[in-house]
Write a protein that binds this ligand. Structure first.
Ligand code: ZN
Length: 262
């Protein structure tokens, strides 16, 4: 208490270490601003520039491993990583969402499964995934499972309640590698973006047929030829961008005004 009375005697405020002007009004404004900055520094999510980091578990099956070697000359793990980085570039530049791979798992997909829900359930149980689980002391938010087992009749599938996306390796004549489009599409579903079916809408959520001309002459879903989001999907994902992962202010490990000194 001695220190307090000492301060009282000398008439100093607790902020006396900052050399404040002697105008009381100015002092109040400065104290208010310092307090405001302090509060802002404790709540990074209010910063428009905050980044959401989403921790991923990545799984791949034997068909994905096989196509990774034969078509791309990569290991399954490297191909999965490259595709995730491609997709992350779009989420990062548009929404400040970043994906961090914290675990890799291989899984052995049952070739007899023709139902997309069963295939998704199979990988979830085989790798033991639950959103919120910890691997090596790191929280895992979302499971990205790659396959090339074309028995379920879809390019990809997702379950928002489980935090799981299932992605088929996709390479199309006249288009090239489009697995990243499938991943982008399915991850967008996790953020609440719906499918569209609209002629000419260049959105990765658009399933409307897109004509691939000379020399191929066939249709593919528009989603496989664009990495754009239309304005509706942009605002939906933007609104939901905090549903997976954690906010970090200005990159790195959470940077706080003046508190970084200790
Ligand atoms: Zn979809």
């Amino acid at each position: 208490m001695e220190g307090v009375s000492e301060m009282g005697k000398k008439g100093k405020s607790p902020f006396s270490f900052v050399s404040l002007p002697h105008f009381p009004r100015m002092r109040r404004i400065i104290i208010f601003l310092l307090t405001f900055l302090f509060i802002v520094s404790l709540t990074p999510s209010v910063l428009a520039s905050s980044t959401y980091t989403v921790n991923l578990m990545v799984a791949y099956d034997e068909e994905f491993s096989s196509i990774a070697w034969s078509r791309y000359a990569y290991s399954a793990q490297d191909l999965a990583t490259i595709i995730i980085w491609d997709t992350e570039a779009y989420f990062s530049s548009s929404f400040n969402i970043e994906f961090k791979i914290v675990a890799y798992r291989s899984w052995d997909s049952n070739d007899a499964v023709t139902n997309r829900d069963l295939m998704l359930d199979e990988v979830v149980s085989e790798v033991g995934f639950t959103s919120g689980m910890y691997v090596n002391y790191m929280r895992v938010d979302v499971l990205v499972a790659f396959s090339d087992q074309e028995t379920i009749g879809v390019y990809g599938y997702s379950d928002k309640s489980l935090g799981v996306v299932l992605v088929m390796e996709t390479y199309l004549a006249g288009v090239g590698q489009a697995t990243d489009n499938v991943l982008q599409h399915e991850l967008s579903h996790l953020y609440g973006a719906p499918d569209h079916y609209e002629n000419g809408l260049m959105c990765v959520m658009n399933a409307y047929p897109y004509w691939i001309d000379f020399p191929y002459y066939y249709y593919v879903p528009t989603a496989l030829v664009t990495n754009n989001w239309d304005v509706d999907c942009q605002s939906t994902i933007s609104f939901n961008r905090g549903v997976w992962g954690r906010a970090q202010s200005l990159g790195g490990g959470g940077w706080h005004f003046w508190m970084e000194a200790w």
